[in-house]
Design a protein around this ligand. Structure first.
Ligand code: TYM
Length: 327
């Protein structure tokens, strides 16, 4: 049986990078797998979160899953903090992860760079992520390119555990798409589109208004060549915009290149904004209907029960394998 698990942290407003690398994949893959989509709220608090904002953003991400097309009758949608097994397996796996390999994680290096103090949870964060995946015996994990290294660590920790204590965990495979797995900032194609960039025009949020989206794309950097051509080496800014177009229109890159052949960047950027708006408007509408509803509560309560059932079986097997007394 093929099983899928993935999640998006509630640590800021979700942007179209997370949609391209993750959420879009969730929606497309949910029918071919037994799917678990969760909100990794324990991961969010590795850096300080205002409690009220965390509360709202956690609901926001869950509502966005559903608004984007994840069907809660098919997939299990839940909050990480509602399933205690995550923290427990996280601890057990910390005994198998090495200090040196955690030190090599590029996200930790980036996030701790220049800071006087960082939480120890930020350091052990990838081990909790390994627990998330391994608890559900996920065979596949759809993620954007920036999570590749964390998935490799998950595989290494699982293999180490299996070799030491006997076969317990399935070794998961990442699913990283060719197009959309690295959506870059609109102001600088060398930096990932990210919620933490202080330049407001660099990042399009899932909840942005049409006016904001139009403004951001019209200000997006391009190059002096004037040709809508996909070529990451020579034309990273334009290639990024073409990929965003492809993610939102679900058309091949070559179709887009042909459509804008000889037209310059003005028309292309205008129409790109409209393609994104057209996709986002119905998602935003559904989001507003569901985010504060009791239906969302019910989905999350039911999801946590289902998730806990699957997770507790794996946790018990891991504890037994390690020699803990279990009844
Ligand atoms: P997070 O919350 O930073 O991002 C959520 C997902 O969105 C992808 N993503 C992007 N993809 C393309 N371009 C971008 N600019 C972009 N920004 C974000 C990320 O790759 C990710 O897939 N550690 C994870 C959350 C997590 C998780 C898990 C994921 C915790 N446990 C278990 C999978 C399985 C994270 O911080 O993602």
């Amino acid at each position: 049986m093929k099983r899928l698990l993935s999640g998006i942290k509630p640590s800021g407003d979700l942007n179209i990078g997370g949609y391209g690398g993750a959420l879009r994949q969730y929606v497309n893959l949910q029918h071919d797998y037994e799917a678990y989509f969760f909100v990794p709220d324990f991961h969010a608090v590795t850096v300080y979160q205002d409690p009220r904002k965390l509360h709202q953003r956690t609901r926001d991400i869950a509502a966005l899953y559903i608004a984007s097309g994840i069907d809660p009758r098919k997939a299990t949608i839940f909050l990480q903090s509602q399933v205690p097994a995550h923290a427990e397996l996280g601890w057990l796996l910390e005994t198998q992860a090495h200090f040196g390999e955690l030190k090599r994680m590029t996200q930790f290096k980036e996030k701790s760079d220049g800071k006087d103090t960082v939480s120890s949870a930020l350091f052990t964060y990838p081990v909790l992520m390994a627990a998330d995946v391994l608890l559900y015996q996920a065979t596949h994990v759809p993620v954007g390119d920036d999570q590749k290294q964390h998935l490799e660590l998950t595989r290494d920790v699982a293999e180490r555990f299996n070799n030491r204590f006997g076969s317990t965990f399935i070794i998961p495979e990442p699913i990283i798409q060719d197009i959309g797995s690295r959506v870059m900032g609109l102001d600088d194609p060398s930096k990932k589109m990210s919620k933490s960039n202080p330049n407001k025009n660099s990042c399009v949020h899932m909840m942005d208004s049409p006016e904001d989206i139009r403004r951001k794309f019209s200000k997006a950097v391009t190059d002096s060549e004037g040709e809508v051509r996909h070529d990451w080496e020579q034309k990273p800014a334009v290639s990024n915009l073409i990929e965003i177009y492809s993610v939102f229109s679900e058309e091949d890159i070559s179709v887009i290149e042909k459509r804008y052949d000889g037209q310059g960047y003005g028309t292309f950027k205008k129409e790109l904004a409209e393609v994104v708006i057209e996709k986002l408007l119905p998602i935003q509408e559904k989001f507003h209907q569901i985010v504060d509803s009791s239906e969302l509560d019910r989905i999350l309560i039911d999801g946590a029960q289902r998730a806990a059932q699957t997770a507790s079986g794996t946790l018990l097997a891991a504890k037994k394998a390690m020699g803990f007394v279990t009844f």
